[in-house]
Design a protein around this ligand. Structure first.
Ligand code: NAP
Length: 282
């Protein structure tokens, strides 16, 4: 049976560290604060927001929510971002995406101050990841995968890491973060030939394809560590990931569960970035 890479022990460790850092900031008169900008009431936004608020509160971070109607015009959204940028009491900003169709996503990303970009949506943050410099922040989900691997002392140096998925939110930044840890990284996507064979050869396999249980036993081999980033709701309302969890449990050395794995650690990373932003800005 594979070892389960559960997020909660890692989250507790991260949160404990953050609490003492936020305590130091508060002593200096700085209350670390996250601004959340949400449009409408999408169920997955609300669910992530709930987790993020809880994690922030546990870490000594205040949250200020800006909620706009789903049909608010672009001009209103940009004005709110400008206010958040100029507000010295706000250190980090989380903007829920995807945005409604009337909003130009790239204009929104461009409008946000890179110093407050705690979820890595600006081009400056992306450049920071690719150049290995600390401009902005990496998106929280890929960094969460790294935190999970770190917590469980999974060695990355010289290891063959395969990232399934090449989105700007998960796959590409994750590949860069793994590279920085000296893994040898392969990025796969929908046109990759011989996908199952490439995945089987991985020491570390990270699935971020957005296809329910696509990673079947043909993709897996003994000794592997598998991180499942996918989140899907099954017909019975339960959650599953991009990986066939039962097959993985039988074959690999360690696998992250869904729920309770990569998704759970993401909000803790958001809190970590907010504290770091407050430290940098303060
Ligand atoms: P995305 O933008 O849809 O990207 C999916 C990637 O997977 C694309 O690069 C796509 O390739 C590739 N792909 C799709 N079908 C494939 C196939 N049959 N074989 C090989 N590659 C395939 O998704 P995303 O935003 O990166 O999210 C991925 C998953 O992570 C989703 O399940 C999402 O719900 C989840 N997610 C979780 C969190 C969290 O906090 N845990 C956060 C964000 C996302 P092409 O580029 O060739 O199209």
């Amino acid at each position: 049976m594979a070892k389960l890479l559960k997020a909660i022990p890692a989250v507790k460790e991260i949160t404990a560290g953050l609490k003492s850092r936020s305590g130091e900031l508060i002593q200096r008169g700085i209350t670390p604060t996250l601004g959340i900008l949400r449009m409408g009431e999408r169920a997955d936004d609300l669910s992530y927001e709930k987790g993020a608020v809880k994690r922030c509160e546990q870490s000594g971070i205040q949250v200020r929510k800006i909620i706009l109607p789903q049909d608010a015009p672009q001009e209103t959204v940009l004005k709110e971002i400008e206010k958040l940028n100029n507000d010295r009491e706000i250190h980090g900003v989380l903007i829920f995406r995807p945005l409604p169709a009337q909003i130009d996503d790239s204009a929104v990303c461009k409008a946000l101050s890179p110093e407050k970009d705690v979820d890595g949506i600006t081009s400056q943050s992306m450049a920071g990841i690719f150049s290995g410099t600390h401009v902005g922040f990496p998106p929280c989900t890929p960094e969460g995968c790294l935190e999970l691997l770190r917590h469980y002392d999974i060695p990355l140096k010289g290891k063959n890491a395969v990232v399934l998925g090449r989105s700007l939110v998960v796959g590409k930044p994750l590949a860069m973060l793994l590279l920085e840890e000296n893994a040898t990284v392969t990025i796969c996507h929908s046109r990759t030939e011989g996908l199952a064979e490439i995945c089987r050869k991985a020491d570390i396999l990270i699935a971020a394809v957005g296809k329910r249980e696509m990673v079947t036993k043909e993709f897996l081999s003994p000794g592997q560590v598998v991180i499942d980033v996918g989140i899907h709701v099954k017909e019975d309302g339960s959650l599953c990931g991009d990986v066939d969890f039962e097959a993985a449990q039988e074959i690999v050395e360690a696998v992250s569960p869904v729920p309770g794995g990569a998704g759970t650690i993401t909000a803790a990373v958001l809190a970590k970035h907010t504290i770091e932003a407050a430290e940098r800005l303060g």
